[in-house]
Design a protein around this ligand. Structure first.
Ligand SMILES: [Zn+2]
Length: 222
């Protein structure tokens, strides 16, 4: 049984033309990332920087919007809505948070890299190689790897592994799918690779992780 059915509707992907690192004049990627409300909520609770720029947290009571990584006090869940596009969140009357400054970008290549990260998030289940990822952005693999590393400190491949493990952790918490099913669903090509990468990033096995999470929920209920 899958507990989570609500997958946000994915808008038709708006192609952003990129030629040799040049792109159309647009402030942010508008590709809607394929994350559920619950997943986005998890990211903001964890102040997860990996998802900055892919979506914005808007707080209805304060009319302020933030990056996922913002360290300000967490809003109540009922007061939160998520936007994928900075123009839309501003059009809805929200002001940028002074602390995390979601409207400020520090480098000209960040937008390109964000587009690639959106692509990774939306294609976790596919067996991606660098060539595919570079093609999706219209960049050479060499150039992509260089700017990606500059912006994130990771290669696209290790970033993708982190996103896959996040997705797997979410499924371990919220579904009763088996480890095997989850490993494949998030794009690992073999169970052994799934276990290896999961342990590397979470410092425990998928089974241990699920057990811990269930215990944490039980303790909360007590
Ligand atoms: Zn903020």
């Amino acid at each position: 049984m899958k507990l989570e059915k609500e997958i946000p509707k994915v808008l038709p992907v708006k192609q952003i033309k990129i030629n040799n690192g040049r792109m159309r004049n647009r402030r942010y990627a508008m590709t809607e990332v394929n994350l559920t409300f619950e997943e986005m909520w998890e990211k903001i609770m964890a102040c997860d920087q990996k998802y900055d720029g892919l979506f914005f947290t808007a707080v209805k009571t304060t009319k302020i919007y933030c990056r996922p990584s913002c360290r300000s006090r967490k809003p109540k869940k009922v007061n939160v809505e998520f936007y994928f596009d900075i123009n839309e969140v501003e059009a809805a009357g929200y002001r940028a948070c002074k602390r995390c400054q979601p409207e400020v970008e520090y480098s000209p290549t960040i937008e390109l890299v964000r587009n690639v990260i959106s692509y990774l998030v939306n294609h976790t289940a596919k067996p991606l190689v660098l060539r595919d990822i570079a093609d999706s952005a219209g960049l050479s693999p060499f150039y992509l790897e260089r700017i990606f590393k500059q912006e994130t400190g990771d290669t696209p491949r290790t970033y993708l592994e982190k996103i896959r493990v996040d997705k797997a952790a979410h499924l371990l918490r919220t579904t009763d799918q088996t480890n095997l099913e989850i490993g494949y669903e998030v794009g690992f090509q073999s169970p052994s690779n799934f276990y290896r990468v999961f342990r590397l990033l979470k410092d425990c096995s998928p089974r241990e992780y699920r057990k811990r999470m269930m215990e944490a929920v039980r303790n909360e209920l007590d």
